[in-house]
Design a binder for this molecule. Structure first.
Ligand code: DGY
Length: 320
């Protein structure tokens, strides 16, 4: 009984498997390189549990490659890289790593929101390029996140109100923001329970918000939910932030909206065709782009690896 760990995970996760006396093989030990599809299929055939990352597509072919497969433990909260329908049909349980990354991802959402609003990355580039010769009253002015001197409370629209959306809302209190939230029926109870959060239709949220932050899982219902129409509805001064999944956004439409001034700025951690982003975004100064680091703190990644290992152990031991 053993685990195929598709790529190297934090040491604590591997130690956890060892503590339980479980053997494992790491498919791709080089952090800089993806796991080849052929190696994924071969690895699945050799082991009873798969410990995967969001970089691997775990489709029906992979799931069916080994009739002895006891489970897939994904080291991520999102499971859109896994064909859940096929897993259910084949009776293969799927595990993920919720909760442990909520704070880190909510924090990074705020880092992006603040950076985009206050032009932090643009200002850094200006500084290190040696362009700062003279302080000026209009040098690199951004927009207020809090009420600022005008006293107008800003509105944050949170699309998708799961754990991370709720944690983002909680952090908005410090900025005295009005918070709107839209989500599925399932998230309605969470919205109603959150203090000072107003449930709102998606379209109304877009029209009323100064900042829009996305926290939905990627499903067929959410794919491209932010397209040309959504960006057109948003305020021209709006800042858009996405730390969920790239394909929720039509990235070409976003680039057009940013170029044409339909919205003011964006902060992105995820991309429609990850790890690539549309080239138009590269030339814009009003977008802050990060390489999917929402959960990337040492402690969080350690907890994710431990949880993923625990799930893998559970799949193996419950099968005995
Ligand atoms: C997840 O867990 O789904 C994140 O995108 C990566 O931590």
């Amino acid at each position: 009984m053993s685990v195929f760990v598709t790529r190297r995970i934090p040491q604590v996760g591997l130690d956890r498997l060892r503590e339980h006396g479980i053997e494992f093989e790491i498919g791709q030990p080089d952090d800089e390189r993806p796991l080849a599809r052929s190696s994924l299929l071969a690895g699945v055939r050799r082991h009873e549990v798969l410990l995967s990352l969001l970089t691997e597509r775990i489709d029906r072919e992979v799931l069916a490659a080994n009739p002895r497969l006891r489970g897939v433990s994904n080291m991520a909260v999102g499971v859109d890289n896994i064909d859940l329908v096929a897993a259910r049909e084949l009776g293969i349980p799927v595990g993920n790593t919720p909760d442990v990354l909520t704070s880190a991802t909510a924090d990074l959402t705020w880092a992006l929101l603040l950076a985009a609003a206050r032009r932090v990355v643009e200002a850094h580039a200006f500084m290190v390029a040696g362009r700062y010769d003279l302080w000026g009253p209009e040098l690199l002015c951004g927009v207020d996140v809090g009420p600022g001197v005008t006293g107008r409370r800003k509105t944050l629209g949170i699309v998708g109100f799961g754990r991370i959306g709720a944690a983002v809302a909680q952090r908005a209190r410090g900025f005295e923001m009005e918070v709107l939230a839209s989500g599925t029926e399932a998230s309605r109870a969470r919205i109603d329970a959150a203090p000072d959060v107003e449930a709102c239709r998606f379209e109304d949220l877009l029209e009323r918000s100064d900042f829009v932050s996305v926290h939905v899982p990627l499903t067929e219902a959410t794919r491209h939910m932010f397209g040309a129409d959504a960006f057109r509805r948003m305020k021209r001064q709006a800042v858009f932030v996405n730390t969920s999944r790239g394909p929720v956004v039509d990235e070409a439409a976003l680039a057009t909206a940013l170029t044409g001034g339909e919205i003011a700025a964006a902060g992105l951690d995820v991309y429609e065709h990850e790890p690539r982003m549309v080239p138009e975004l590269r030339d814009l100064t009003n977008v802050v782009c990060l390489p999917h680091i929402g959960s990337a703190t040492v402690d969080t990644r350690d907890r994710m690896a431990t949880m993923a290992a625990d799930n893998a152990v559970r799949f193996l031991t419950s099968a005995e």
